[in-house]
Design a protein around this ligand. Structure first.
Ligand code: GTP
Ligand code: SPV
Ligand code: MN
Length: 599
């Protein structure tokens, strides 16, 4: 089985054999990436209870998986950057010495796949064969991971052809950490309740993940490779790996502009990437290049060019509706995998926010009967859909372009109930880097105990930078020298609230109104006021025509500069800056001083 029928790449064959000998699976399967293979594995998972096939009339070719209730999200406190020196990982990452971690993992992985099949998944992050793309190979004992990776990446035999005899790949080893004794019956969602480790060795560019089957813990092409390992590659090679959506906007006159935006997890990247402009914006088209990760390189034209290294969306389900994101619903109307949403009696899915009226009866994400008013959510807050980008009705025509799309703007934005105005523009690249570096966001319900509290999430990369955060800021500053025509940098906040807790901005499709101001700034065609924070629109510069029950005074409040709030904000920034001290570029400290004196 483990033979050269699939590949002549000796390094790959040797590595697979090494991992096989360590993990001792019952069988080895090289994934060809075909639909037949995916269908066969899905059937097996239906038989074993991991998958429920959804009603093919309502949701063709789609499945539901319910996870173990203790394995529902990424585990940031179990995620490690194991560089040789602790300082390389920096104060925002967990660190352990590589030798010590290897010893620990050898113990955990020894025999961890007993009774299971070891799957070899060759995948390409980025279009197959593109000079911007990179190849990875994930070894996993989870068929759920195989079928998800087939949607999220370009996966299978064609990747091995590109890899060839001597090509290099990032080795990614994943196990759910639940070996089966002879005759032992499997559970629907195997995982390890005691031990979870998501480990990166940046120097050798390796990933080892143990104990979890969920999302970014297990689909190793995503956060582990495309952000943590890729950010290290990018630093060494002069490019950028960012937690950013990429979106295209075409004006009625046919002028196309691309922007990339960094919002923290569950802060609206998928929504913004698939935005449907309001009726007032007749003739405007918004198209998706990517909804989560951007790989960005300087082009020969002096601009930054971005590709989406992924091939699918792993989107938050709760809150997704016809009103909030009709395009996302179309993406998962078929060929989708749902995890931890509720099941309707007629074999379809439901989650909070999908419809105003919940169905009268459901099976909730824990498999229990659910009725409205029973006091429990039907879907888990981090329930997700996995859907191929090919299903996206507004997929950008350049989504597969190996050269990427030229960026005119970077947008930063967190979830902030106070202080942060709707939108402002940085004075220049260094100021923009400072805005990204000091970004904050309220912790969502998923972060236990932290509800509402603001945490610094620089560039939305706090859990994803594969090296020292201070050095990462330095890399941002360095990149300026590589580009003649840098994108302009903006900060937005869709989440500011009034004293009664009501949002001051309608959000979702109406974000087009703010995006329009941003585009006009990029093209130099609109006025802006110089303020202590940066360049800002006057209320009359944002078109609010047609927003129901919305008036200029609410917009004014959304745009207002709260000087007292900003003084508090500056103190909050200190938390991160003091942690980073020696590694923090001095330019950012100067930016802080300048802001203080302007205020
Ligand atoms: P990850 O996939 O975790 O990286 O996150 P994401 O940034 O893609 O998150 P997503 O788009 O799924 O964000 C979902 C949450 O943001 C939901 O709770 C939405 O209701 C909320 N949301 C998105 N856009 C807006 C907006 O413009 N205004 C408001 N108020 N909420 C929004
Ligand atoms: C995020 O948490 O930012 C995600 C989901 O995009 S996961 O892939 O699970 O990391
Ligand atoms: Mn994300």
């Amino acid at each position: 089985m483990n033979n050269s029928e699939f590949t002549t790449n000796q390094a790959l064959l040797d590595w697979v054999e090494e991992v096989r000998a360590l993990c001792q699976p019952e069988a080895v399967h090289w994934c060809d990436g075909s639909k037949e293979e995916s269908d066969r594995l899905s059937e097996q998972m239906v038989a074993s209870g991991t998958f429920t096939r959804l009603n093919p009339k309502k949701r063709p070719n789609s499945y539901l998986a319910l996870s173990d209730p203790g394995d529902v999200a990424r585990v940031e406190d179990r995620t490690y950057i194991c560089s040789k020196r602790k300082r390389e990982a920096g104060p925002t990452n967990n660190w352990m010495a590589p030798a010590e971690m290897r010893k620990k993992l050898q113990g955990l992985f020894a025999g961890c796949m007993r009774g299971r099949t070891l799957y070899v998944i060759p995948f390409s992050m980025g279009p197959l064969g593109s000079p911007i793309s990179h190849i990875g190979v994930e070894i996993t004992d989870s068929p759920y991971v195989v079928v998800n990776m087939r949607i999220m990446t370009r996966m299978g035999r064609a990747v091995l052809d590109v890899l060839g005899k001597t090509g290099t790949f990032v080795p990614c080893v994943h196990s759910v950490g639940a070996p089966l004794a002879p005759g032992q019956k499997d559970v629907p969602w195997p995982c390890n309740k005691e031990e979870k480790y998501i480990v990166h060795y940046p120097e050798t560019r390796e990933i080892w993940s143990f104990g979890s089957g969920y999302g970014g813990n297990a689909l190793l092409g995503k956060k582990c490779f495309a952000l943590r390992i890729a950010s290290c590659m990018a630093r060494d090679e002069g490019w950028m790996a960012e937690h950013m959506l990429i979106v295209g906007v075409e004006s009625p006159a046919g002028e196309k502009t691309y922007v990339a935006a960094a919002f923290p997890s569950a802060c609206g990247k998928t929504n913004f990437a698939m935005l449907i402009p309001p009726a007032e914006f007749k003739g405007w088209k918004v198209t998706t290049v990517g909804d989560d990760i951007a790989w960005i390189k300087p082009g020969a034209d002096g601009r930054l060019h971005a590709i989406n290294p992924e091939a699918g969306y792993f989107g938050v389900a709760p809150g997704t509706s016809e009103k909030s994101n009709a395009n996302a619903l179309k993406c998962c109307a078929r060929d989708a995998i749902f995890t931890n949403v509720a099941l309707t009696p007629d074999g379809d899915v439901w989650w909070e926010g999908l419809t105003d009226e919940p169905p009268a009866k459901l099976t909730d994400w824990t498999g229990k009967e659910w009725t409205p008013g029973c006091g429990r959510p039907a879907a888990h807050a981090n329930a997700r859909f996995t859907a191929p980008m090919a299903n996206n009705p507004v997929l950008d025509s350049a989504a597969d372009d190996p050269n990427g799309v030229p960026l005119s703007a970077f947008i930063f934005g967190g979830r902030r109930a106070t202080t942060m105005p709707l939108v402002f523009q940085a004075f220049n690249w260094i100021h923009g880097t400072y805005l990204g570096a000091t970004m904050g966001s309220e912790m969502t319900a998923a972060a236990a105990g932290g509800l509402g509290q603001v945490r610094r999430d620089p560039m939305a990369m706090l859990p994803f930078a594969g090296y020292n955060m201070g050095e990462y800021f330095g890399h941002w500053l360095e990149m300026r020298k590589e580009i003649a025509r840098p994108p302009k940098i903006f900060h937005v906040n869709w989440f500011r609230k009034d004293d009664d807790g009501k949002f001051l901005w309608p959000g979702f499709g109406d974000n087009m109104r703010v995006l329009k101001w941003i585009l006009d700034r990029c093209h130099g065609s609109v006025y802006a006021e110089e303020t202590p924070l940066g360049w800002m629109p006057r209320p009359e510069d944002i078109n609010i025509e047609g927003i129901p029950n919305y008036d200029a005074s609410t917009l004014e409040a959304a745009l207002a500069i709260d000087v007292k709030g900003w003084k508090r904000e500056l103190m909050l920034q200190d938390e991160l800056f003091i942690d980073l001290n020696a590694d923090l570029p001095k330019e950012l400290l100067f930016q802080r001083e300048l802001l203080i004196s302007r205020l």
